[in-house]
Design a protein around this ligand. Structure first.
Ligand code: ZN
Length: 294
């Protein structure tokens, strides 16, 4: 590939894995020069990019997690080189489990080579596993939430290119994980058992940080779209909680003029959708439960 068509580069500085001490070189995205042409913003706040004539398709999300090419320890750059002392042994012991869990999903991967969508999705998958061992001071739950959502997006991209490989199933699976982790992160934050403060950029995508409002919005949206519909009463309870949280984004008494208009509009739409769904659920309370589709 010609030098001026490059999308990424490998750092000249050697990194060292804090778990297995393997040396490696990080791959980073080159920016500018018309590489990134912003397209639409999806309902779940993902920024899509148009392929450029010169550089082709670009997937910035593929590069945000550092992965050790030897032991598959993975984390965001802010955490990678300083895992909590209490986690080191567990992270080392889990090496084989990490290797074994990605193999059936992706086949052989090589994190020393330029990344593809597969390494990108695998990186989030591995990071979700590794954050299990971080302490509450590093806000691991919200990091797992963001990783799950980005994994769902990346699996979706894989599905668009390899429709026969079940990546749509994996995408849905990771949307469910995102739904779970966002709900957990909000609950822990409210109870004061684990804050979200150690995740500086809450994204969820790279171009913009929608902050805590974005977290509340995604929690509500995922509960509405992905949350379990099996038990009608439980569904109503979950949606009712989600509705209260979404209302906080544009709620009274809070200055909303500094908030991004796009988020306020979407939060209001979501609030209306959830209210409608709750009405539907409440309206049929006396009748028999709908037959479960699952
Ligand atoms: Zn390692």
């Amino acid at each position: 590939m010609a030098e001026d068509k490059k999308l990424t580069f490998f750092s000249k500085n050697k990194s060292e894995c804090p778990i297995c001490e393997a040396p490696f070189y990080r791959e980073d995205l080159l920016s500018g020069g018309g590489r990134m042409i912003a397209g639409a913003l999806t309902r779940d706040l993902r920024r899509l990019y148009e392929p450029s004539k010169k550089f082709g398709e670009i997937f910035p999300l593929v590069y945000t997690i550092i992965v050790c090419p030897r032991c598959y320890y993975a984390a965001f750059p802010q955490d990678f080189f300083s895992p909590p002392d209490a986690a080191r042994l567990s992270l080392e012991e889990q090496t084989e489990r990490r290797e074994k869990s990605i193999e059936p999903l992706f086949g052989p991967l090589d994190f020393k080579e330029p990344r593809t969508l597969k390494e990108g999705a695998a990186a989030y998958f591995l990071a979700i596993m590794c954050y299990d061992f971080f302490t509450k001071d590093e806000s691991p739950t919200i990091k797992q939430a963001v990783c799950s959502l980005r994994a769902a997006w990346t699996f979706n991209d894989l599905y668009a290119r390899l429709p026969d490989d079940n990546y749509d199933y994996l995408s849905l699976n990771f949307y469910r994980k995102a739904c779970f982790f966002y709900a957990q992160a909000v609950e822990k934050e409210q109870k004061g058992t684990e804050g979200i403060g150690a995740m500086k950029n809450l994204g969820p995508d790279l171009e913009k940080n929608y902050g805590y409002d974005g977290v509340l919005y995604l929690y509500g949206l995922l509960e509405y779209l992905i949350g379990s519909k099996k038990d009608r009463q439980k569904r109503a309870g979950n949606l009712s909680r989600a509705k209260t949280m979404v209302a906080k984004i544009f709620g009274m008494g809070k200055a909303s003029k500094n908030k991004p208009a796009v988020l306020l509009d979407r939060a209001k739409d979501l609030y209306a959708d959830i209210a409608k769904e709750l009405e539907r659920l409440g309206g049929g309370m006396e009748g028999p439960d709908e037959p479960s589709a699952e």
